[in-house]
Design a protein around this ligand. Sequence first.
Ligand code: TTP
Ligand code: MN
Ligand code: MN
Ligand code: MN
Length: 334
Amino acid sequence: DEDVDLDPTFNNTRYECLRPTPLIPKYNQSLIELLEIIAKARDLEGEHRNALSYCIGSKIGYQTKLYLETGTIEEAEDLRNSEKFTILETFSHVYGVGPKTAQLWYKKGYRTLEDACKDPYLTEAQRIGLELFEQFQKKISRKEVEEIIEILEKEIKAVDPRCILTPVGGYRRGKEFSGDVDVIVTHPVEEAVTKLLPRIIDQLSQKGYLKYKMWYGHTVQKVPKLPKVPKRNLMDRLDKCFCAFYQPSAKLHRQVDIIIAPRSLYPTAIVGWTGSRQFERSLKHYARKEKNLVFASHGLFTNTMPRRRIPLSTEREVFDAIGVPWLEPEMRNC
Ligand code: TTP
Ligand code: MN
Ligand code: MN
Ligand code: MN
């Protein structure tokens, strides 16, 4: 029988964090493109679960069959040619805009980014996102990510020479081109990061690198408490600044996410910000459902009373504590 001798987690397709997912899929790239259009449309329509299931679920079989028989998928082709879909997709590419705002703008009658610029209810992030739309659309090569990290190293070490920078996000997963630069800053002395972020921001601003702050958060409490575990929101309790960073060599503003982690939270911060988003989602699910643990970038917590944060000192220890086999960052491209 099936249940005899089988590790319950073995080959369990419910948890993508249990198996390696390399960056380049071996499957038909144009088929994947068409499926992604359908998934994107589902997401823009607010059918989030459906969007995910398109990439991993059973419907893929039917769509694949259609593709193999006809060389295309009509639903995707229709979407590609649909004016509404194209507009919603453009809106959702604006920094600070998700499916909800994209839909709202469409309902208000906006059809272009110029229309949206006149909206009286823009958030600060959306205003910057619209202003720098063209620049933010430009992808960042690995070489350019490295150049930006080098500038950040120099300036952040001018603030405190013992700071340690770790590039995370898609770059760490091996992506050839990134949408932004994500970097974790830590320090060997636990308390040294307490007032670090404002000093880093000052330094980068004075040197002309930091032009806009889309989001800037400074956590008050020293020891993070148990996270509220928001539904879809990935926000954690680490100090961070999402900013527009001017890269002189490219003459472009780049999205740069700077996240500050005290030494004790560095391992979970690294895991939480390396991604992919789908990997994070899966890891959180696994921790909660299978181990009764709550994983966040600011710590791994027991879910039973009394709640406590599990002490961890390396990235591998995070995997061990959750009970997920180690995966290199390049294998977390779910
Ligand atoms: P992103 O920078 O949004 O995505 P990415 O680096 O994988 O791809 P690209 O930038 O090239 O588009 O997110 C990186 C990781 O950070 C991702 O695993 C999710 C995590 N994250 C949070 O935990 N909280 C947040 O608020 C955000 C924006 C991201
Ligand atoms: Mn968006
Ligand atoms: Mn990124
Ligand atoms: Mn980012």
